[in-house]
Design a binder for this molecule. Sequence first.
Ligand code: AMP
Length: 420
Amino acid sequence: MTFEQLQLIPPIMKALTKQQYTQPTPIQEQAIPPALEGRDLFGCAQTGTGKTAAFLLPIIQQLSTQQARPNGKRVIRSLILTPTRELAIQIADNAKAYGSFTSLRCGVIVGGVSQRAQEQLLAQGTDILIATPGRLIDLMNQGFVDLRHVQILVLDEADRMLDMGFIHDMKRIIAKLPAKRQTLFFSATMPPEIMSLVNSLLKNPIKIEVTPASTTVERIKQILYYVDKPNKLPLLIDLLQDKSITSALVFTRTKHGADRLVRGLTKVKISAQAIHGDKSQNARQAALNNFKNGVTRLLVATDIAARGIDIDELSHVINYNLPNIPETYVHRIGRTGRAGLSGVAISFCEDEEIPYLKDIEKLTKQKIPVIADHPYPMTMEKPAPAAPAATQKANKASRAPSREGSRKPGSEAGGRYRRR
Ligand code: AMP
């Protein structure tokens, strides 16, 4: 299918050509026609599928073909709620790009920055408002936001908004919207809470499910290193000798872990910055910009901070820690191999992460190929699963972190994991 067949208006077609999009993605093919007709939509899709354009293009088309100022002032005609600041900024960047040949105005309301500029934005009026729920509620409580003219509501990454505890804010915001509206609802997963929200908010929705999980996984080269925890940094430094790793998003489990890793890399003059919830919005944005512009080679992130980060041409994703939720692995590695490009996902697995690896492989129905021949093979045999607690303790006690001691390529040290 082509974008022409979706009957998009010339200003949008021009913007898509400028973006060098040649063909709609599956979710765009399925979502754009009903959304243009004004239907409610329930999209089960995650970042990397092209879902942002799937909701933005119909919004831009519908709004730009209407009169912009029904009562003399520009009013909010579409509200897009999204869980994180980064995601909000990215949606706004996309909206500006796709709407660059229309006269629509789009604004962003996020926490972590001064609210003054946001008050001004609201006073001047905007057609499309992209917001995180917390700050929007703050501004609503202060009387700065008028949502009475909203025609199209988007809930983006609804499952993540629930996870982050935004449900009450979301409900309070939605209560201020006209009942007669179009709602476009996107969620990567469909737990019961999401289904009840869908049932209460959407009217006769078109349901679209795209499952990039397996297709993404197939396109991406995955490799796994078994390595002891203290050797993860030396192994990463060793792998980074490979200059083909031009830009890598590195995932750690914790914020502290992200900072520690950045310090370790900086010491050996590998450019890296961390992005996580403890950083100010400006620091996060600066880190993201530096990474996008190639100033830093590595961006170290936690899952929440990285959710929705939109980076083109990411050559590598590195799981410094494996996630304990297997779907998160699929989301993470889906950051590379975007829009038809191939990518590489490197994972480090320490002893305690082996159960996570098993869950991941069960979900993806694939064994991740193991690189056995590396300078820091895992030194210890894993205790047998049925070993009594006392033996496990003894094993753990003997698992003293070794530095150079583990440099035994080809030795039996890596044990059974390396011989899968
Ligand atoms: P999203 O799932 O919305 O985060 O989009 C993932 C990435 O795909 C973004 O970098 C978009 O710019 C890009 N993208 C979206 N639609 C298309 C398309 N039709 N052709 C090529 N790239 C696209």
